[in-house]
Write a protein that binds this ligand. Structure first.
Ligand code: AMP
Length: 285
């Protein structure tokens, strides 16, 4: 296994990507914000399987955080991240400073304007998907990715990325990797580190609530209102949980629907104490 290469400048990253392309290699990109966990590793493994060269990015992107969000306290542990990436056989990691990505005079942003960023996390986090679309476009360009890997954990993000990749004719295949969970059912997330043990226990209510909806669906329930109510009912049993949203939309178009007659995303965002967690299932696939 070759050693993990670390690049902090756009120029170095571009030179590496150009050399790989020149040698006829396919490149897989896994964008992350670091504080890597097993969920991220499922992306790396999918990329390792599908591509000759795997490039991870570790960049806490300031542009996708709102003014009152957790940009400053977001966990940063780059050395530990590198050890995990090396153990998975990742070829290179791109780890720029914010000023490298957004130098003085920077002025170009990508916005998806067909409505899919107006719901779910897009509605609660104004500007979030503009920041995501901008940084992912830049990362795809810098790494010359043939394929890019994203988690279903952030299913709306996948829908947004697929949209701008298609709209801007970017030559990148977007791959969605299933949600990786702890044995308890808790979806793995860098933000889980914010929670106390008691809060982590309370957080199990998210996956439990989605399981209730999945069972209702398996039992024949198709009405959006009833499926959402099944989730709400379980969430209401946990005193530490404060619901941000429980919503159901067609997927990936994210259109309002009364019933599940095509693939639909049942997505939730719930505060456990100060920590905002998201989780989802796709029904009707
Ligand atoms: P983040 O570092 O949180 O921005 O996540 C980077 C990528 O890893 C995104 O595409 C996420 O959807 C994906 N990811 C994070 N957590 C999980 C998980 N539990 N299962 C699958 N993918 C995940």
């Amino acid at each position: 296994m070759s050693e993990l290469k670390v690049f902090t400048t756009v120029k170095e990253m571009q030179a590496y990507a150009a050399a790989q392309k020149q040698a006829g290699k396919t490149i897989g990109l896994c964008p992350t914000m670091g504080a890597l966990h097993e969920g991220h590793m499922t992306l790396m493994r999918a990329a390792r399987q599908a591509c000759d060269i795997v490039i991870a990015s570790v960049f806490v992107n300031p542009v996708q955080f709102g003014p009152n969000e957790d940009y400053d306290k977001y966990p940063r542990q780059f050395e530990a991240d590198c050890a995990k990436l090396a153990a998975e056989g990742v070829d290179a990691v791109f780890h720029p400073e914010p000023a490298e990505m957004y130098p003085d005079g920077y002025g170009t942003y990508i916005t998806v304007e067909n409505g899919i960023t107006d719901v779910l996390c897009g509605a609660r986090r104004p500007g979030h998907f503009r920041g995501v679309a901008t940084v992912v476009t830049k990362l795809m360009n810098i790494t010359r990715a043939d394929k890019a890997f994203f988690g279903q954990k952030d299913a709306q993000q996948v829908a947004v990325v697929r949209r701008f990749v298609a709209d801007l004719n970017l030559p990148v295949e977007v791959v969605m990797v299933p949600i990786c969970r702890e044995a308890s059912g808790l979806a793995r997330s860098s933000r889980n580190a914010y929670m106390s043990e008691a809060e982590k226990q309370a957080a199990l209510v998210l996956s439990r609530s989605l399981r209730a909806a999945k069972e209702a669906y398996a039992g024949g329930e198709r009405q959006a209102a009833a499926l959402k109510a099944a989730v709400q009912q379980v969430l209401a049993t946990e005193p530490l949980a404060r619901v941000d949203y429980v919503d159901l939309y067609t997927y990936p178009a994210l259109q309002v629907t009364d019933s599940v007659s095509e693939p639909c995303l049942l997505a939730i965002a719930v505060y456990i104490g100060q920590t905002r967690l998201i989780d989802n299932i796709i029904l009707g696939e």
